[in-house]
Design a protein around this ligand. Structure first.
Ligand code: ADP
Length: 601
């Protein structure tokens, strides 16, 4: 389920256990991101060393050519060279140019491979960290931000690791080697070569100090648009049904407008950066020729040094340009990298340890809960579910039944009050990964994984025997299994047998059956099955273990009729609680619901 709240939603309150549950994912600060980048380089240290060595050799070969040309000019001017010797020098120039080409190519090849390996590690990390996110974070921060980080942001960093980072690295080494060579040629010419650098430095600083925020804002705004479009598409029917299309249009417009303004801001930064750097390139070439020419006329600089210096300035433009062209990419991928690393910061929160539920009793005490930016959805909910009990939760749509189900399953923690399993807060158990198969929530959303029926079934119980798998499927009356071409080896999903929604629901129920949790929370989990099969499946799942607790959130009151106790919810409160017979006899809200339901059926 996605909320319409984008990344701009305010932070949420502290949970009752004192643990902060924010409404947006954190972003790694600059120092953390820098450390993470170094780690990315250091993890492949040998490849890095080879790339550095090759790049330096390539750059040295690059500066040899102009130096040799300068020597030719000076010595020809002094009448010291024969034509044959000039040919020899020229061949050497050509040799160095070739060496530079080959070495650069190889350095680039190694850098690309390095980039791909680093990217693979990053991708694996993103998947691991995303899967490790406590359910309540994923629920609170919404799908849009998470999807943007693991797709758009990873894509931006991928482009950098593949192209920008190797290119910038090679360019920086080239610039350093060329400047050193220029100084060795003649210190005065060397000083002229530096003239453009303060300008480049100043304009880059101006740009970089603004760009991080600007690109983060652009990323967040893109996340906001994804979030809003996602919730609009998913809720299209609802929006149509309530005739709130115009209002939703407004929400979409505002998100798009924010994204547009963020984009214009980054565009402005680029329109200052690029023209100023163009000027910074032209300045040192002009100065070298002017000052060098003047020095030559006064006999303090050789003609060869001026020629070589001019050539160096010409050589300097390309790597500087390449590095600057990538500044934008580096900057935006720096922001993306910080956002990706932010996902990891959530899971680094130390989970509570040593939690041991005393038993399987589920207890809600004074529970209050509100979704981000909305009113309380649950108010003062008190409930004790005894182990082995079948409890049905009924009530009008929007009463808070699903929300209660999610809190009982530890998907999120209440804002006030406590939800305990055997005396331990269930959200803490879930966050610490210790909820295991104790409490499992099954909703209407089912997923059939691509793979065989057996693989789909044994996800949560890898050691299950085929007989147990078939028994679990029989329990939920999944007779269609016998019609599959290859039995348990039949491929499901795209390319194999596509299951219908009701079949997928049976598969989910059977899978959970195999995992054998103590407590099952069924939230409309049998809604797509025909009533008789649904009733049979629910009964069977409860009966298979006499101590199994089953909490069913139900539309069909037949489920309530079959249950040990019924809780009636209205406007976020439990207004009635008792057995079916007691509640019918009491003549309250449930009796009314039962009368109208059984009268219709
Ligand atoms: P029920 O299951 O009884 O139909 P829910 O628990 O689904 O009720 O919803 C209770 C209230 O919480 C409703 O007003 C619903 O609009 C709101 N709600 C449910 N899920 C979300 C969510 N993810 N974000 C914001 N509001 C929600």
């Amino acid at each position: 389920m996605s909320t319409p709240n984008g990344p701009d939603a305010p932070d949420g309150p502290d949970g009752p256990d004192g643990r902060h549950v924010p409404h947006r994912l954190p972003v790694a600060d600059a120092a953390t991101a820098r450390r993470a980048s170094w780690r990315l380089l250091a993890d492949d240290g040998r490849a890095m060393a080879a790339i550095v060595a090759l790049t330096c050799l390539a750059a040295l070969s690059g500066v040899a050519g102009p130096w040799l040309l300068g020597r030719i000019v000076t010595r020809v001017e002094n009448g010291e060279l024969t034509v044959g010797q000039v040919d020899g020098f020229a061949a050497a120039v050509l040799g160095f140019a070739l060496a530079q080409l080959v070495l650069t190519r190889y350095a680039r090849y190694l850098s690309h491979r390095f980039g791909e390996r680093a990217l693979a590690r990053l991708r694996e990390e993103v998947v691991e960290r995303t899967l490790a996110l406590p359910g309540r974070y994923a629920e609170r921060v919404g799908a849009g931000d998470l999807v943007t980080r693991s797709s758009l942001d990873v894509g931006t960093v991928a482009a950098t690791l593949r192209n920008a980072a190797p290119d910038v690295f090679i360019a920086v080494v080239q610039v350093l080697v060329i400047l050193t060579a220029t100084f060795l040629l003649d210190p005065l010419i060397g000083l002229c070569a530096l003239a453009g650098l303060p300008i480049v430095w100043a304009v880059s600083r101006w740009y970089l100090s603004r760009a991080r925020e600007a690109y983060l804002a652009e990323g967040a705004a893109a996340g906001g648009v994804t979030e809003v479009l996602d919730s609009t598409a998913h809720g299209a029917r609802t929006i149509e049904a309530y005739g709130v299309g115009a209002r939703q249009d407004g929400v979409v417009d505002r998100a798009v407008d924010t994204a547009y303004r963020a984009r214009v801001r980054t565009l402005f930064l680029r329109t200052v950066l690029f023209p100023v750097t163009e000027f910074a390139h032209a300045l040192p070439t002009a100065l070298v020729l002017l000052v060098g020419g003047f020095g030559y006329l006064h006999g303090s600089v050789t003609l060869g040094a001026v020629v070589a210096g001019g050539l160096y300035m010409w050589q300097l433009v390309d790597p500087l340009d390449r590095a600057l062209n990538w500044v934008e990419q580096l900057q935006s991928s720096g922001a993306s990298f910080a956002r990706i690393k932010g996902v990891g910061l959530v899971s680094q929160e130390p989970p509570a340890t040593g939690l041991r539920p005393a038993d399987d009793r589920i207890e809600a005490v004074g529970v209050r809960y509100a979704y981000a930016g909305s009113h309380d959805v649950l108010t003062d909910v008190d409930l004790v579910v005894r182990p082995g009990e079948r409890l049905a939760v009924v009530g009008p749509s929007g009463a808070g039944k699903s929300t209660l189900g999610k809190l009982l399953a530890g998907v999120d923690a209440p804002d006030a009050g406590r939800i305990l399993v055997g005396g331990v807060p269930v959200a803490d158990l879930a966050a610490a990964g210790e909820l295991g198969n104790r409490v499992v929530l099954i909703t209407q959303q089912h997923h059939v994984f691509m793979g065989t029926l057996r693989e789909n079934m044994t996800l949560a119980a890898p050691d299950a025997e085929d007989a147990a798998v078939l028994a679990a499927l029989a329990l939920v009356e999944a007779d269609w299994v016998h019609d599959l071409p290859d039995g348990l080896d039949s491929l499901l999903g795209a390319g194999g047998t596509e299951l219908g929604a009701a079949q997928a629901q049976q598969l989910t129920l059977a899978r959970v059956q195999l995992a054998d949790p103590h407590t099952l929370i069924l939230d409309e989990a049998t809604s797509l099955l025909d009533p008789t099969t649904a009733r049979q499946a629910e009964r069977a799942m409860a009966a298979v273990r006499s101590d199994r607790t089953v909490i069913s959130i139900a539309h069909r009151l037949q489920t309530a009729h079959d249950a040990d106790r019924v809780a009636v919810m209205e406007a976020g409160r439990i207004v009635e609680l008792g057995t079916h017979d007691e509640l019918v006899a009491a003549g309250g809200r449930y009796a009314e619901l039962w009368r109208s339901w059984s009268g219709e059926s």
